[in-house]
Design a protein around this ligand. Structure first.
Ligand code: ADP
Length: 249
């Protein structure tokens, strides 16, 4: 989850799912970001569609040489005739969609279902938190280190705390850049108060992901960087986040 759009929540979700699958787990990705369903793109299924069968909606299976089991991807994008059609739904419809996303896809046996949430703490998150109450569920929060994004993220932390939703931690995305010429590392966002703000909110930083062309290129090419750029600093930056999720469960 993230309280802001564009901070890299879908990138983090896709790499988390691929990273868990690379550890040998059976993983699904449910794309709940109704207004920006990007998981189909991040796993290379642009323009592909699915049809309802007796077993329900078949998720798309992303295979890769590194994976024992494919990552199963369920997204609203597979039910849209065109990639560029905007979704204009009232809340009741969104509520039904969240139930279908989890309940109508034929996920089969899974070890992990990664849910890429819409930004914010609105209706979709409340619906999902209600649906999953009593299940083994935990949240991971994506943010940029900038104070304005972080302050919004703290609201999402408070949401989790109020709902007794375990929070694995915060993933700091776009946490630094490496100069391609001199290899010097620098920060784009001021991060002076980050550590203190997280400590005050009682939440841990579980990964720092750099801003990198490798990451955006991997997303555009439909193979999460954790697989496409295995052993690169970018891919390795995701590793503590994957391990934090495994440790939590
Ligand atoms: P959100 O789901 O929060 O809206 P996305 O994961 O879709 O954010 O990321 C927004 C855009 O930024 C995408 O084009 C994505 O490829 C790019 N992006 C996200 N994180 C990084 C990163 N660390 N380095 C480079 N590009 C990134």
């Amino acid at each position: 989850m993230a309280n802001k759009g564009g901070v890299g929540k879908s990138t983090v979700s896709a790499n988390l799912a691929a990273g868990l699958a690379a550890e040998g787990y059976r993983v699904g990705v449910a794309d709940a970001d109704i207004h920006g369903p990007n998981q189909s793109r991040f796993f290379g299924f642009v323009g592909e569609q699915i049809r309802l069968s007796k077993q329900g909606l078949p998720p798309k299976a992303f295979t890769h040489a590194e994976l024992k089991y494919p990552v199963l991807v369920g997204s609203l994008a597979f039910m849209m005739e065109r990639d560029d059609t905007p979704i204009v739904w009232r809340d009741a419809y969104k509520h039904d969609f969240m139930h279908h996303l989890i309940g109508s896809f034929d996920w089969g046996p899974l070890d992990y279902l990664v849910i890429d949430m819409p930004p914010g703490t609105g209706n979709e998150l409340i619906t999902l938190a209600d649906m999953l109450e009593g299940h083994d569920v935990a949240a991971l929060l994506a943010t940029t280190p900038q104070e304005v994004a972080l302050m919004d993220s703290i609201k999402a932390v408070r949401f989790c705390q109020e709902r007794n939703l375990p929070l694995i931690g915060v993933v700091e995305n776009m946490a630094g850049v490496t100069c391609p010429n001199c290899a010097e590392q620098f920060h784009l966002f001021p991060r002076a108060h980050l550590a203190q703000a997280l400590a005050d909110a009682g939440v841990e930083s579980v990964a720092q992901i750099p801003l990198s062309l490798k990451l955006s290129t991997a997303s555009d090419q439909g193979v999460p960087a954790i697989l496409a750029e295995k052993n690169s600093p970018e891919a390795l930056a995701f590793a503590p986040m994957v391990q934090a999720c495994i440790k939590h469960t």
